[in-house]
Design a protein around this ligand. Structure first.
Ligand SMILES: O=C(O)CCC(=O)C(=O)O
Ligand SMILES: [Fe+2]
Length: 323
């Protein structure tokens, strides 16, 4: 506990931070205690973050913020925020021919489709869709610790190729997805939905050339190892044949997404969840189309240069950091 009575309450995964007065964020002692708690637990949960100003100043306790590279995601409210749901309502998909959902996102690591991943992100839920729309986080440092030694040796030095997929037909139904099939909802299933975009096109590939990242990462601040693989963006492991690669991918996804490494957060309005993107994967459960959900998210600038372009001559054609 700090002089100002800051409380950090560990959860099985991550920790919840007790109520803070807004002025406390400016106190260097509070900032330092928050930062250390974040490095230790990897995920922090805050309650009652009631305004964008508060969200931004709390986020800044963990470092400089960056403008998100995907222009389409940025919120009109503030350049340092991206919006999930709300104005940026996405298409609905039908999962396993059963659940018609929006905002469902398979396990991923933010900006793992760029050479510099972001250090972390803080998602604040402004409109909560009833009991739906939970966010899950998975601790890949604990998962790494529990790997057998021969697997740790196998992963050392291994790299994977990663590519951004924005478009409907490419929605993941592979390791890291928690569904077996997904298809775009029809206009009858999702009458309010936006017009479907054309399938994956050259523009995405030109703007977001494929990158390469290490399969395991030593955390630059704590020195702790984690499984760095991002299931959503991975194409394959470098230098490995397809059969061996897909078996390894399945093994790692099954291992690191065991319930014991996962915290599933059921949102209350104005909760804010901060994850260390170097250590944690996260995923969105999604919600039904008639339940509005709106989240705003800051992005912590790393940069953590862990990657490089797959094609070394690749030059992204679009804006990367700002318009
Ligand atoms: O909407 C969610 O639950 C997760 C969103 C997400 O992946 C993100 O904010 O980076
Ligand atoms: Fe994300």
């Amino acid at each position: 506990m700090t002089r100002r009575g800051l409380q950090i309450r560990p959860m099985p995964i991550g920790a919840e931070v007790g109520q803070l007065a807004e002025g406390d964020y400016a106190d260097p002692e509070v900032q330092e205690a928050l930062y250390q708690a974040w490095l230790e637990h990897g995920v922090l949960l805050f309650r009652d973050i009631a305004s964008t100003e508060q969200h931004l100043s709390l986020s800044r306790c963990f470092g400089e913020l960056e403008i998100h590279p995907v222009v389409e995601q940025r919120s009109d409210e503030h350049p340092l925020l991206i919006e999930l749901g709300g104005q940026k309502r996405s298409h609905a998909y039908v999962f396993d021919e059963r659940d018609v959902r929006i905002n469902r996102i398979a396990w991923h690591r933010d900006t793992a489709y760029t050479p510099d991943i972001c250090k972390g992100a803080m998602l604040r839920m402004v409109d909560v869709p009833g009991s739906e729309g939970e966010t899950m986080v998975a601790d890949t440092a604990r998962a790494y610790d529990d790997l057998p030694l021969d697997m740790k040796q196998r992963l050392a030095g291994l790299e994977f190729k990663a590519t951004l997929r924005l478009d409907p037909p490419e929605i993941q139904s592979q390791p890291g997805a928690f569904w077996k099939s997904a298809r775009l909802a029809t206009a009858i299933e999702d009458p309010e939905g936006p017009e479907p975009k054309p399938p994956g096109n050259e523009t995405t590939a030109e703007r977001w050339p494929s990158v390469v990242h290490p399969a395991v990462l030593q955390h630059p601040e704590t020195g702790r190892m984690s499984i760095f693989l991002s299931p959503t963006y991975v194409d394959h492991f470098l230098g490995m044949d397809e059969q061996e690669g897909s078996a390894l991918l399945r093994y790692l996804a099954d291992h690191m997404l065991q319930p014991k490494y996962i915290y599933k957060h059921c949102w209350a309005r104005n909760d804010a969840l901060l994850w260390d993107n170097r250590r944690f994967l996260h995923a969105g459960m999604g919600n039904s189309v008639d339940e509005p959900r709106r989240g705003l998210r800051t992005t912590l600038a790393g940069p953590v240069r862990t990657g490089r372009y797959f094609d070394t001559s690749a030059v992204p054609s679009g804006p990367i950091l700002a318009d």
